[in-house]
Each structure stands twice: as structure tokens, then as C-alpha cells.
Design a binder for this molecule. Sequence first.
Ligand code: ATP
Length: 322
Amino acid sequence: MSAMGRIGVLTSGGDAPGMNAAIRAVVRTGIYYGYQIVGIRRGYAGLLAGDMIDMELGSVADIIHRGGTILRTARSEEFTTEVGQAQAYENLVAAGIDGLIVIGGDGSLRGAAALAQRGIPIVGVPATIDNDMAGTDVTIGFDTAINTAVTAIDRIRDTATSHERTYIIEVMGRLSGQIAIAAGLAAGAESIVVPEALISSEQICERLQRGFQRGKRHSIIVVCEGAGSGYAISERIEALTGLRPRVTVLGYIQRGGSPTAQDRILASRLGAYAVELLRQGQGGYMAALQGGQLVSVPIEQVVGRPRDFDSQLLLLSQILSI
Ligand code: ATP
């Protein structure tokens, strides 16, 4: 891209802490290199509606520590159609945008791949609390989400210990147990239930009973929402043991909040690198982190692909909570 070009930036799908830091990095790096930056509000829905604003250095002041996204985000059914994508492309051309940065999860990057085929250079930035994307070690928002979950579980543990009860904490993750595994390990959970490695209620009860036999009077079970409802698991445990674990569904509390330093740094690096990739004419890539290094991976190769499941952390949590 020539140094006089216009770069559009949008956030799409579920919001994730650190999206603002990524927007800030795109705007500031872009302006540093001489580009004009156009913020597209409400993701693809805003692109279809032509909801755009010119961004200056000051547009992204005072946002690095804020959760959510100042550009707001949305899901757009219309954009998934051929007609919608043709309209989106026309709106980009009409706005003089010659490069686009899409910050979002797998679905958002699928949309980016479809739009890129119409001939506009697009770079994706992986941002979703679920950490369920292939091609990158970690996504923006994951670290904050697991820290939020761990803080909540620590508090519930205080009550669990005091009342000598078993608690089930249901965490987010529709298809991926990444949050459950990381938060469960960090919070010292006795059992972690994830869709990638389902365990039966009988196995959970065996672990509970082993704990009781050695004097444990409380227990924490972390359940990923994609592996079943915490309430249903509680009922099955009651049927098998007579104990009725209390259930807490963390829900949307995991999506918001001030991003951790780790997420701010990751978002700053990936946002700046996305501009760098457009500058080098590398459209059609996702800015990613692999082994701590910034890398570009073809979007087509990562979207729609499940992340490889690493069972090591799950195994470790089982050993440590024996
Ligand atoms: P998260 O996983 O954090 O919720 P996401 O980016 O995966 O984020 P989605 O709702 O899957 O969230 O996708 C966001 C938007 O991207 C959709 O509303 C839609 O407009 C667009 N999109 C998703 N999948 C596709 C697709 N296959 N083709 C074109 N556009 C898509």
C-alpha cells in the first residue's frame, strides 16, 4: 500500500478486552506511517450501513485500559450473503478505503476472507475471549477472561471451604474448553469438564469421593458451557451421591473489564503488526503470535479450523488436584 492510502478498521463478533488497545495500535501506527485511518462502527453491520468516522491520534486517547470496543461491535446476518458482501465491498470503495483491518473471532475472520476475495487487502487480528482460533498461540481477551474467572472462583472457594460444600462454576466457551482448562488449573479445581475431553458424572463423583476419603470437605468443579449445563451436572451428582453442588454461571462477567497488561501488550503488538502487513502488501493474512513471535498466517488456512487440543494442562490439573 502506498503511504497515502486509507485503512479501515472494524471490530466484529463478541467483544473482547484488549480490542480498544488493538484499535489504538492500528490508528497510531497507521498515522505514524502516513495513512489515513477510518473507523467503521458496529462491525460488518456498520460497514453495510456506511457508518464510518475518520480517526485521529486523539480518537484513541484514554482507551488502552478500557474493556469493550469504542467502535462497538455487532453480528450481521446480511453480511453473510453474496449481496451483502458485494454491498460491503462497494461501500469500502466508495469511502476510498484501500486496506481493511478486521479485529474479531473466527466468524469475523471468515467474513474477512470472503470480502478479501473481492480484491481488497484485508488483515485479520484474532480477538475473542474463547481462545478457540487456530494459527495463534493466544487471542486478544483470553488472558483477561481467565483472570476474571479465577478471581470469581477464588471467592467461591472461600465459601466452599467455609461451608464444606461442592461448587460448580460454569464458564464461557461454546465449542472450546480453553477458558475452563486455564481458569480451572489456575484456581486449583478438582474437576474440569470440557467438550474436547468429556468426563462422565460417575468419574466426577469418583474424584469427589476420593477427596472426601482423604478429608477434603469442599470441592470446585469447573464446567465449560459447551460441555453441558452446570445445573444438569449438579442434578446428576445429586442422583449419584446425595450431595447437591451449588452452581454459579459466570456468564457475561467474563467478557468485559479492563484488559490485563498481557492483553494490552498482545493487542498493541498485533494491531501494529496488522498495519505493517498491509504496508508490505500482505493482504489475506492474520496477524498472529507463535512461540512469542509475530507471524502472518493466511486467513484461509486458519478460519473454520478447530484449534488443536492440547491435553497437557488438563492432565496436569488432574494430577495436582488428586
Ligand atoms: P466470537 O467467537 O468472539 O463470538 P466471532 O467473530 O467468531 O467472535 P461471529 O458471530 O461468528 O463472531 O461472527 C461475526 C460476524 O462475522 C457475523 O455476524 C457475520 O456477519 C460475519 N461472519 C461470520 N461467519 C461468516 C462467514 N462464514 N461468511 C461471511 N461472514 C461471516
